[in-house]
Design a protein around this ligand. Structure first.
Ligand code: GLN
Length: 469
């Protein structure tokens, strides 16, 4: 059984274990699970020792936080000063971060100990970690299956006990889906709630950083430390903006978009488990309401237009000139092309091409502008539904962990697996995935709760309720 933050804090405070011993014990677990391929390397001894020292000081001065002395694994698209950050891409294979992301700054101040870099889909594009330039992440529950993605490494490492918590990023489901497939808790925060400064941009209007953990309470503790206004992120929400939305209480009403959920392609065991979980909540006094979120299924198409457009723009900076891989040629333009074709994997190139297409003159209105119109419409639809319910519930993923290689040759099938997670990013609201049981063959399943903007508090309440039942 993986230990929670509270249990670890008790061990540290009672001096049953020292911070160093605790950190080393997790490093050993990571080493002995190398075949899962969840991590791409350890952080330098210098950083680890500095943070151990910082944690000891915080304990000595009585200034310790929920994360003091706690080992944490970081998705490899988040910058930690002086350490490698590759986004699991060949193009950044030898890149060293020159500054700390805001979330890292906050973790450092809280006395957390960053121990290892998590494997991921290249630049967070994918849902299985098969797009990593450094090999797929295996699911700890069945090594012939994927751990999900794009934050597959962050989910797997918590699942097998290599770290009590980790950070990931979620642009269209990349925290929630792997959390569900690996049987851990994963939180996608409100857009603007956690600073994006220092995370490598994929789809800038969708990206959010969030935590993985063994319990809802653990994830809540990390959220409390990493969230908050940051003037280095122009989309960051101020405290006033966040509080304004937290005025209403909890109604104990759950909205279920039945038509949306009971669709072709949703696994029978997933549905059964979802319905059983909802029934238990009902027995616990929660009111279940069928809701119709008009056109919610269109979120998937909107997502793949918007994300590709933003990807094509964000990837332009990897030109082999300022940083990253550079494949020179006497002809500058040829060198530029060589850098990109040797540096980027197939999925990244596919999205750059699709994105450039939807942004090209003549198609801009037909695709990109239309997608943004539908996006605005969906925001209003969600707001309407949230007038009557606290949360909208869905299965996190329509299918349990699939076999490695099963979908890697079929990008559309892979994209369809994002059906329940992408609407959340399109609308910018928070959502959590909480383990809700297992399939007959022992694969983890997860339930997703979606709350209005800045209502992570509701997600924690509901998540803890699921843990109880
Ligand atoms: N699977 C989705 C995609 O491929 C989500 C990725 C993400 O959230 N980073 O775009």
């Amino acid at each position: 059984m993986n230990k929670t933050l509270k249990e670890l804090q008790e061990e540290l405070k009672s001096k049953k274990t020292s911070v160093k011993e605790l950190v080393n014990s997790y490093i050993e677990v990571i080493k002995s699970n190398a075949d899962i391929n969840a991590t791409l390397g350890f952080y330098s001894d210098k950083l680890i020792n500095e943070q151990i020292k910082k944690a000891e000081e915080l304990f000595a001065n009585g200034k310790d936080t929920a994360l003091t002395g706690i080992p944490i694994v970081i998705k490899d698209n988040i910058m930690v000063k002086g350490e490698k950050a590759t986004a699991a891409s060949k193009i950044l294979e030898n890149f060293t971060a020159t500054y700390d992301a805001t979330v890292i700054k906050k973790l450092k101040e809280a006395g957390a100990v960053m121990i290892a870099r998590a494997n991921m889909d290249e630049f967070a594009m994918g849902g299985s970690t098969e797009n990593s330039a450094f090999g797929v992440v295996k699911n700890p529950h069945d090594k012939s299956r994927v751990a999900g993605g794009s934050s597959g490494g962050s989910a797997a490492v918590v699942s097998y006990g290599g770290a009590p918590i980790s950070l990931g990023s979620d642009t269209g489901g990349s925290i929630r889906q792997p959390a569900s497939l690996c049987g851990v808790v994963g939180l996608k925060t409100t857009y603007g709630g956690v600073s994006r400064y220092g995370v490598m941009a994929m789809g800038s209007s969708l990206d959010q950083i969030g935590p993985f953990g063994n319990s809802v309470e653990d994830v809540e503790n990390v959220y409390n430390i990493i969230s908050g206004y940051d003037n280095l992120d122009s989309t960051s929400l101020t405290k006033e903006e966040r509080i304004k939305e937290q005025e209403s209480g909890i109604k104990k009403k759950i909205g279920i978009p039945r038509k949306f959920i009971e669709r072709e392609g949703v696994d029978k065991e997933v549905l059964k488990n979802f319905n059983e979980t909802i029934e238990k909540l009902k027995a616990d006094g929660y009111e279940i309401i069928d809701v119709d979120i008009k056109d919610v299924e269109k979120a998937l198409s909107v997502y793949y237009v918007v994300v590709c457009a933003e990807v094509s723009s964000n990837m332009a900076r990897y030109d082999g000139i300022r940083y990253g891989l550079s494949v020179p040629d006497v002809n500058v333009i040829k060198g530029y092309f060589k850098t990109k074709t040797e540096g980027f994997g197939g999925e990244v190139r596919r999205r750059i091409l699709l994105g450039t297409y939807v942004l090209s003159s003549g198609y801009y209105d037909a695709y990109y502008n239309k997608a943004n119109l539908v996006r605005e419409m969906l925001k209003k639809e969600f707001a309407k539904v949230f007038q009557d319910v606290d949360v909208i519930a869905t299965p996190t993923s329509p299918i349990p962990a699939f076999k490695i290689g099963e979908k890697s040759q079929d990008p559309l099938a892979m994209y369809l697996a994002d059906i329940f997670t992408v609407p959340v990013n399109i609308v910018g609201v928070p959502a959590i995935s909480v383990p809700s049981g297992k399939t007959d063959s022992g694969l983890p399943l997860g339930i997703q709760f979606i709350a209005p903007h800045n209502r992570e508090d509701i997600l924690f309440t509901y998540g803890k309720e699921v843990e109880k039942i």
